[in-house]
Ligand binder design. Structure first.
Ligand SMILES: Nc1ncnc2c1ncn2[C@@H]1O[C@H](COP(=O)(O)OP(=O)(O)OP(=O)(O)O)[C@@H](O)[C@H]1O
Ligand SMILES: [Mg+2]
Length: 231
């Protein structure tokens, strides 16, 4: 059975895609077959997730990079309108079938050593009128890594996210602090300290602003090694 986890964020634009791309390179550099999946994407005019495309482009791979993998496996649902999945899907009267997502995840995961799933926005985002992203993660019994948008507001967003995950018994593999955002360095450093202290969840690493992710492959290899041990 392959190892799989969800990269969730403290908010939309926290840096989930950038971290997924880095980890994808990191796992590959360990000689592992790694997959990337985005269950639902929105704001995609061409019917395919720009986030998944970014990860594949970073690794220099095509959508059919692995036998048996289709675009549906990479990105089961894609919507044009840039909004929460429940809203973007309702606009085009296309229901998001959670069973279908589980089926595609299972098929994909069975072919890979590691399957990275990128979350959608923050963890309390609704997929339809009844289910939040966090509900699906719990039902699928997947662990998560939390990308923290390390700037003002990070303490509140991180602790709320971790409490929503803990309440549902979801295993948290660790925190990944994304330092790409404008904020005083003293505050960023203290965020890393206080969030770990108050939550009891450990950091898996700090991601700096990167003009090229490939230059940081070693950073992500270490993160991938730490994750493998916890999966
Ligand atoms: N460490 C970084 N270095 C350079 N640019 C970054 C970094 N982290 C994030 N960015 C940039 O910030 C923006 C948001 O990051 P990203 O797309 O990874 O967020 P996300 O959490 O995946 O967002 P979404 O909720 O839309 O999926 C992107 O333009 C990305 O290139
Ligand atoms: Mg993204």
């Amino acid at each position: 059975m392959s190892k799989s986890f969800v990269v969730v964020g403290t908010d939309t634009s926290a840096g989930k895609t950038v971290v997924c791309a880095g980890l994808f390179l990191g796992f590959r550099s360990l000689g592992l077959d790694v997959g990337i999946q985005k269950w639902v994407s929105t704001g995609d005019p061409f019917g395919f997730s720009k986030d998944v495309q970014f990860v594949l482009d970073t690794a220099g791979l095509k959508r059919d990079y692995f036998p048996g993998i289709t675009e549906r496996h990479l990105n089961p649902y894609s919507f044009v309108y840039p909004a929460s999945p429940h809203f973007s899907s309702r606009l085009v009267s296309r229901r998001i079938d959670l069973k279908e997502i589980r089926r595609l995840w299972k098929e994909y995961a069975s072919l890979m050593d590691v399957l990275i799933v990128e979350g959608i926005g923050g963890v309390m985002v609704p997929l339809d009128e009844r289910h939040l992203l966090v509900d699906l993660i719990r039902e699928m019994r997947l662990p998560v890594a939390v990308v923290v948008r390390n700037a003002l507001g990070a303490i509140n967003h991180s602790l709320l996210t971790l409490s929503a995950l803990k309440m549902r018994g979801i295993k948290v593999l660790g925190l990944i602090f994304n330092d790409a955002f404008g904020c005083n360095m003293d505050i960023k450093k203290d965020n890393v300290r206080i969030i770990q202290k108050l939550s009891g969840v450990r950091s898996l690493g700090i991601v700096p602003f990167m003009s090229s992710i490939r230059d940081y492959e070693a950073v992500f290899r270490d993160m991938a090694k730490a994750l493998i041990k916890k999966l």
